[in-house]
Design a binder for this molecule. Structure first.
Ligand code: SF4
Length: 396
């Protein structure tokens, strides 16, 4: 049986042809699956009876089993999905006034092994298929529609970010059809500006995404220079900042937004000094360099500590001082609120349950970086309290 969640509309057209049906039937079928959440071919009443019969014996719309669901005090929802063989992945819905953002996973685990990331620390098991990426969205969309009793035209999910477990650009073949289904007017109909791929900097795939399916781009930067970024984001050793920025500039020629979002996780005593803020400002403005900088916005993210990291969250006053340097230098900079950290759903906290088939975690323990040492001893700060959250009911 073929899981129809694995197809974008073009792929579904190919499948219909394989069944001896006209390609255009795929559009009707796609709407039933992704706009109405229907799983039973018999209920797809405007499809030809012959197609419904063939679907009943050859295809399924198979969602992922929900292993658990947690709801945070601030309304954030985290689902743990069982993807088999001892692996589980996490998906997070973040409601805010006027919008609802769904954070999807692209891999079970992650091989990039960023120092500050719980997912990376767990190691890597496998890539998710397109069906497993879309099944996260499918479940959240129709579960939230049901709970919030949304009328046609109302949306719970207005934005999708590929920022959950995994490096999406290391799972490119599965990612692109999933993005196309999100953008498709016969699917979820999301604007390119509201679908974001976040990468640690897989340069060749940034270039391919520009040509294949340009959506909003976010880059996990986290350091103002290669020496520190080599330690925090090991992929930097392969694709250093100059190459990464060049790829981003090229990407912006076709992107739906005229800037790249740079994510910068604030680590106490590691990357949060005023001097490092100045270096970051010079980097993005291209001050004193032959190469231009990068049109960007910068998100400063509070670090969400996990026991094995040995890292700590920057104090709020240090984050504010860092932000001020960037803002006074003309760079749009926001300090992200931490959401859902009481259920470990915040940025960098997603860990799921992953069988590490690459022994990344074991290797990382043996190769403890020597450069990163906290210069300031301070306790990790905690969020002051939950923000009130109302259900999202925004028009598309
Ligand atoms: S931050 Fe992203 S790329 Fe880095 S280890 Fe975590 S999931 Fe992987």
């Amino acid at each position: 049986m073929v899981n129809l969640l694995q197809f974008d509309r073009a792929g579904l057209g190919d499948f219909c042809e394989q069944l001896g049906e006209k390609r255009f039937r795929a559009t009707q079928l796609f709407r039933w699956i992704h706009q109405r959440g229907e799983r039973d071919p018999a209920a797809m009443t405007d499809l030809a009876k012959s197609l419904r019969d063939k679907l009943a014996t050859s295809a399924v719309i198979e969602a992922l089993p929900v292993a658990s669901e947690q709801v945070a005090a601030d309304g954030t929802i985290k689902w743990l999905f069982d993807v088999g063989a001892g692996d589980a992945i996490e998906t997070v819905f973040i409601p805010e006034p006027g919008r609802g953002t769904l954070c999807l996973s692209s891999q079970a685990g992650c091989a990039v092994n960023c120092r500050f990331c719980a997912t990376g620390h767990q190691g890597f098991s496998r890539n998710l298929g397109t069906a497993e990426i879309l099944a996260q969205l499918w479940h959240a969309e129709f579960e939230l529609r049901r709970r919030l009793a949304l009328a046609p035209g109302e949306r719970a999910i207005t934005n999708v970010v590929m920022m959950g477990m995994g490096e999406p650009l290391q799972n490119y073949a599965a990612l692109v059809p999933a993005l196309r289904a999100m953008l498709d007017d016969h699917g979820y109909g999301l604007s390119r500006r509201r679908v974001t791929v976040s990468t640690s900097g897989v340069v060749p795939m940034i270039e391919r995404l520009r040509d294949d399916c340009p959506v909003a781009l976010a880059v996990s930067l986290h350091a103002p220079d290669d020496a520190l970024r080599d330690e925090l984001v090991p992929l930097n050793r392969k694709y250093p900042i100059a190459e990464l920025f060049a790829a981003c500039r090229s990407y912006l020629e076709r992107a739906p937004r005229d800037f790249v979002t740079l994510e910068y996780c604030m680590l106490d005593g590691v990357n949060d000094s005023p001097e490092q803020a100045g270096a970051l400002l010079a980097l993005v403005r291209g001050d004193g360099r032959a190469a231009p900088g990068l049109a960007c916005k910068i998100n400063l993210i509070p670090f969400n500590p996990f026991p094995a990291s040995g890292l700590h969250r920057s104090p709020p006053e240090r984050v504010a001082a860092f932000a001020a340097v960037l803002q006074e230098g003309g760079i749009v900079t926001t300090v992200r609120k931490t959401r859902g950290d009481d259920i470990a759903a915040a940025c960098g906290q997603l860990a799921g349950e992953v069988q590490d088939r690459t022994r990344v975690a074991e290797r990382s323990v043996r190769a403890v970086p020597v450069r990163i040492e906290r210069r300031v001893a301070a306790p990790a700060s905690r969020r002051s309290g939950p923000a009130p959250v109302a259900p999202v009911r925004s028009a598309p």
